[in-house]
Ligand binder design. Structure first.
Ligand SMILES: NC(=O)c1ccc[n+]([C@@H]2O[C@H](COP(=O)([O-])OP(=O)(O)OC[C@H]3O[C@@H](n4cnc5c(N)ncnc54)[C@H](O)[C@@H]3O)[C@@H](O)[C@H]2O)c1
Ligand SMILES: [Zn+2]
Ligand SMILES: [Zn+2]
Length: 415
């Protein structure tokens, strides 16, 4: 049996590569493992040799100490890999298959899974609906920023790539199917983006850039991306987005100028659709740009979006935030101007993206060269040992999506 090495959260601001156990078909006790999940059998699972596993803004919330993640948690929910072993109850997935793993763990048997709501599966996490690999409050499934990882309910969860060589050729794009590409796409779909839409995406991190890419793919007429990080805004401009720097002032005025609405009447449409790709660590706008103001993005999106429009909220909001700006924020309560959203009949879609709803079609768009997601998010392969540095640079706002490459497969292809 080979060894296994993985990226582990050591406490606020610190991750390191540790030796961990090679996966087995049974959940064992460990940091973050829900007691009710200890001893749980996963004969329906496979062991994947990780080909690519990406660092995500969702990981950063934990690593910044902004969640109740326990020290010792093995990180990583964006996994692509090769099946090297299949449990006795696996019927269709085969050893040698190269697959994308949706970051949501889902059973395929519960009421929500049957409705396609795989982000809130009822059977995989004793704490609450919904689960993910290597994440706080998500049941304790071991993360995949590792050489090897267990994928439960493998026949249901895995998306198999049709051709191994073709998959390896496009692996930097395909690795975005485990999370950010479907997540950005879901943000747009749930905001009603379609041919000719005007769209505002708050946040130019990888999820925002994936949402902007998706808006173009869906045929949007104008895609405006806002952030306060100039390097990331330049990345958005590199594929045809308009950009605004929210440190320069309220995005509403800037969006209005870009769209040429000089003196709009109250309620005049600004954009048709908006996506929050920022989440609860949002900064304020203008002179508040250095201050954390967790409700800023949601409130500004209600101002910016036309009456009758919709707002997609992939940006993460938590129920417990030890670093929250005040007592209310510490338990996830934000000061939302909901009256405005109500007056404009807005709808909001929040929560984990149900990856499985989109990953197959987005895979086809990648394989047939309809979209350049890796280029748009500036996918950057690094080794497992470089993970701590990757986390640090990403935290400082590098305009990159770091792709961990534990077996040196991606780097070889990208070279
Ligand atoms: N719903 C899901 O399924 C899902 C999946 C993946 C990620 N997420 C969440 O999506 C969010 C974005 O992820 P990411 O990897 O791109 O993170 P990220 O931290 O790299 O990007 C967030 C960006 O928002 C910018 N920002 C801060 N305040 C802003 C403001 N007021 N207006 C505009 N931009 C502002 C930051 O400068 C940063 O560039 C995170 O909260 C992450 O947890 C959710
Ligand atoms: Zn992610
Ligand atoms: Zn389920």
């Amino acid at each position: 049996m080979p060894g296994n090495r993985a990226v582990v959260y050591e406490g606020p601001g610190r991750v390191a590569v540790h030796e961990i156990d090679y996966p087995t078909y049974e959940l064992k006790d460990g940091p973050g493992v829900n007691k009710a999940n200890i001893g749980r059998q996963a004969r329906h699972g496979v062991v994947l040799k990780t080909i690519a596993s990406n660092i995500c803004g969702s990981d950063q919330h934990m690593v910044r100490g902004r969640t109740t993640a326990p020290e010792g948690l093995v990180l990583g929910h964006e996994i692509t890999g090769e099946v090297v072993e299949a449990g006795p109850d696996v019927e269709f997935v085969k050893v040698g298959d190269v697959c994308s793993v949706p970051f949501n763990i889902a059973c395929g048997r519960c009421r929500n899974c049957k409705e396609g709501k795989t982000g809130i599966c009822l059977n995989v996490n004793p704490d609450r609906p919904g689960s993910a690999y290597g994440y706080v409050d998500m049941g304790g499934w071991i993360g995949g920023q590792a050489e090897y990882v267990l994928v439960p309910y493998a026949d249901w969860n895995l998306l198999r790539f049709p051709d191994r060589d073709q998959a390896l050729e496009k692996i930097l794009d395909l690795t975005m199917l485990s999370d950010i590409f479907p997540t950005g796409y879901h943000g747009c779909v749930s905001a009603g983006v379609t041919t000719g839409s005007t769209v505002y995406v708050a946040g130019a991190g990888p999820v925002g850039l994936a949402a902007a890419t998706s808006a173009h793919l869906l045929g949007a007429a104008v895609v405006i991306v806002g952030d306060l990080n100039e390097e990331r805004l330049a990345q958005a401009r590199s594929f045809g987005c308009e950009t605004i720097n929210v440190a320069d002032g309220d995005p509403t005025d800037q969006v209005r100028q870009l769209l040429g609405h000089d003196a709009p009447a109250i309620g005049e449409p600004l954009v048709d659709a908006a996506v929050d790709a920022v989440g609860f660590e949002a900064r304020g706008h203008g002179q508040n740009a250095q201050t954390e103001m967790p409700a800023t993005v949601l409130n500004s999106l209600m101002t910016i979006t036309r009456a009758g429009g919709a707002i997609g909220v992939p940006g993460l909001y938590v129920t417990d935030d030890p670093g929250g700006v005040d007592e209310a924020a510490k338990e996830g309560s934000l000061s939302l101007r909901l009256g405005l959203g109500w007056a404009k009949s807005h709808s909001f879609v929040t929560g984990q993206c149900p990856v499985m709803r989109y990953n197959r079609n987005l895979m086809m768009a990648i394989l047939h060269d309809k979209v350049q997601i890796a280029k748009n998010v500036n996918a950057t392969p690094i080794s497992l040992d470089q993970a701590p540095q990757g986390y640090q640079e990403f935290d400082k706002g590098a305009a990159r999506k770091y792709v961990l490459d534990p077996h040196g497969v991606v780097g070889k292809r990208a070279a």
